[in-house]
Design a binder for this molecule. Structure first.
Ligand code: ADP
Length: 173
């Protein structure tokens, strides 16, 4: 059985991530979306929220499952018995990092391959960060994230009840 893992922070999942997932899923018997517990960057959504948003987004894909993990991605892939790490490549700016990660993961776990899918043109400019920035500054992200993610972003960044916002924006745009 060919298994792959698609790891990331997914804070939150965007249509760019979903494009990679729906294109990668048919290439493998099983695709595990690995939601990284504590990346070295500040997050808007908790692990449970990121998991719930992702699970709802991929609910119709039968061979995709969503799990959280911590520690090295290569070790997690090995524990799962996954032979492949799937990543998305948006631009040359992603390439340097993905190249280094792919080589290091293969060094850590011999035989572990990385497959990079090139982002679809319509999502090549899309990132979780820019989506948060747009919503924080009052814009709409319809078509860039699933509808339930748009609702969650608005609730997180523009809570209507209570005087203090649940989170404050740190983005400028
Ligand atoms: P990370 O913290 O690992 O960068 P992300 O959730 O931001 O996690 O991204 C996970 C993977 O999805 C990465 O390989 C990233 O390059 C890819 N990705 C992010 N946004 C897009 C997009 N719009 N189109 C294609 N791939 C993307």
């Amino acid at each position: 059985m060919k298994s792959a893992i698609y790891p990331g922070s997914f804070d939150p999942v965007t249509n760019g991530h979903l494009d990679i997932i729906t294109r990668a899923a048919p290439l493998f018997d099983q695709l595990v979306v690995g939601v990284f517990h504590s990346p070295p960057k500040s997050l808007l959504f908790s692990l449970d929220e990121r998991l719930a948003l992702m699970r709802r987004a991929v609910a119709t894909l039968p061979n995709v499952r969503v799990e959280s993990y911590t520690g090295l991605t290569a070790t997690y892939a090995q524990e799962l018995g996954a032979q492949v790490i799937v990543r998305g490549l948006r631009a040359m700016s992603d390439f340097d990092m993905e190249f280094q990660l792919a080589l290091m993961n293969k060094k850590l776990v011999s035989g572990l391959e990385t497959v990079c899918l090139v982002a679809s043109t319509e999502y090549s400019y899309l990132s979780s960060s820019i989506v948060k920035e747009i919503v924080a500054l009052g814009g709409t992200v319809t078509g860039l994230v699933p509808p339930h993610v748009e609702v969650a972003l608005n609730q997180a960044l523009h809570p209507t009840d209570g005087p203090a916002p649940k989170r404050t924006s740190k983005w400028t745009m």
